[in-house]
Ligand binder design. Structure first.
Ligand code: ZN
Length: 189
């Protein structure tokens, strides 16, 4: 990312919205915004393989593994406004498991791109499936969207829920039911 170019674009944006980019409080704002965007879009400059970094381990067990309440912060691609909430990831291993912190890192990496919640949910499921060659994967995400809360329909309390199921979670209703029951205790009511 060319930080200087981003800074000058932000300075122009400040002018266009009716601000004076030279007033004291705004002088360093373009620099700060450039740094913030560098971080918030860092998912374009890293690969999932890089974050997983070999933390896949052999395992005989084929029970369901669930990581609940992984915090998600992303930017909607329609308005560049944040959407944020929680994500629950479950999978059934065949021969490999992945370090649980790596599940959170996969979520972070994919969330630090411009997203829509539906696609983010599906991408997380796909990457977990591929990383451990799982028998099946389920992902449920519940997020609030600032583009809905601060503008548009101005619905401050609505939570959007999306899910993506692959493999046995897709094929087998009992597996899906077990997953939903296990995460249900934490799903926002
Ligand atoms: Zn939006």
């Amino acid at each position: 990312m060319n930080a200087q170019r981003v800074e000058s674009l932000i300075r122009e944006l400040l002018v266009e919205i009716g601000e004076d980019p030279n007033r004291e409080g705004l002088q360093r704002t373009p620099l700060r915004v450039a740094k913030a965007y560098e971080f918030l879009t860092s998912g374009y400059r890293r690969s999932p393989e890089e974050v997983i970094n070999g933390a896949v381990f052999a395992s005989e067990a084929n029970n369901m593994v669930i990581a609940r309440d992984i915090e998600v912060y992303s930017l909607c691609e329609h308005h560049l406004l944040p959407f944020f909430g929680r994500c629950h990831v479950g999978y059934i291993a065949q021969k490999h498991v992945i370090g649980v912190s790596k599940l959170a890192r996969i979520v972070d990496l994919l969330a630090r791109r411009l997203q829509i919640q539906e696609r983010l949910t599906a991408q997380i499921a796909r990457h977990v499936m591929d990383a451990v060659d799982a028998e099946g994967v389920g992902v449920v995400m519940e997020c609030r969207h600032l583009c809905m809360m601060m503008r548009g329909v101005e619905k401050q309390n609505s939570v959007m829920t999306t899910s993506s199921v692959l493999g046995s979670f897709h094929r087998d209703p009992a597996t899906r039911t077990e997953f939903m029951a296990l995460i249900d205790r934490t799903v926002a009511k």
